[in-house]
Design a protein around this ligand. Structure first.
Ligand code: AMP
Length: 213
């Protein structure tokens, strides 16, 4: 089984790239952020437990994240995954290593200025979850989803002061994760400050390069 991990700060475009890569390579896209937001929307016990962390831009405790991922993986044992937003800490990386075989880890690097610029312009559809960027890819009608007509909202953790905090949390927590994979020869770095299509091509090339080693 070959699984791929996409690492990168919030706003690196991991979600968009993971979705495209999953489609192209025929794998499942597993975003822990999306799974948490679904739990919050359903107001499930897990959703109620994690809501505060997401609102503050803090990491959900490892045991909750790992338990959720494990449950997801055991439901699809013969599938290959693109992990998006997981692992975010060294502990999560060590636990993932025991649950699944990782073939390639792509780190999409983006500067803080670019992250703030992108995320403060991000809007999400309340109905179908589709994301827009009011600067780069706005909807046809302001505040309204092109696909389902749902109302667009700004994620509570996309407020500028929370974005800066999330970026700092990412830098601190993810450095050991990046080193963990670098030491194993699984890591490839991609410059994420470029347009979406350019970054996607670079990611595909990097996956091929690492998988061939
Ligand atoms: P994302 O959509 O990946 O930006 O994640 C949104 C939020 O979900 C993060 O700011 C965290 O609060 C939480 N989260 C998502 N994935 C993880 C993870 N692997 N570990 C801890 N918290 C996470």
């Amino acid at each position: 089984m070959s699984n791929i991990v996409l690492l990168g700060p919030p706003g690196a475009g991991k979600g968009t790239q993971a979705e495209r890569l999953a489609e192209e390579l025929g794998r499942l896209h597993l975003s822990t952020g999306d799974l948490f937001r679904e739990e919050i929307t359903r107001d499930s016990p897990l959703g109620r437990q994690v809501r505060g962390y997401l609102d503050r831009g803090e990491l959900v405790p490892d045991r909750l994240v790992v338990a959720m991922v494990r449950e997801r993986l055991t439901g699809d044992l013969d599938q290959e995954f693109i992990f998006d937003g997981f692992p975010r800490t060294l502990e999560q990386a060590v636990r993932l290593d025991k649950m699944a075989e990782i073939d390639a880890v792509i780190h999409i690097a983006v500067s803080e200025t670019e992250v703030v610029r992108r995320l403060s312009a991000r809007r999400v559809c309340q109905g179908c979850g589709r994301t827009y960027n009011v600067l780069l890819a706005p909807p046809q009608e302001e505040g309204c989803c092109d696909v389902c007509g749902g109302k667009l909202y700004r994620r509570s953790d996309d407020a500028p002061e929370v974005i800066v905090h999330r970026y700092a949390v990412y830098q601190e927590e993810s450095r050991p994760v990046i080193e963990f994979y670098r030491e194993r020869g699984l890591l490839a770095e991609v410059d994420g400050d470029r347009p979406v299509d350019t970054v996607f091509q670079a990611i595909k090339a990097a996956v091929n390069r690492v998988e061939m080693i």
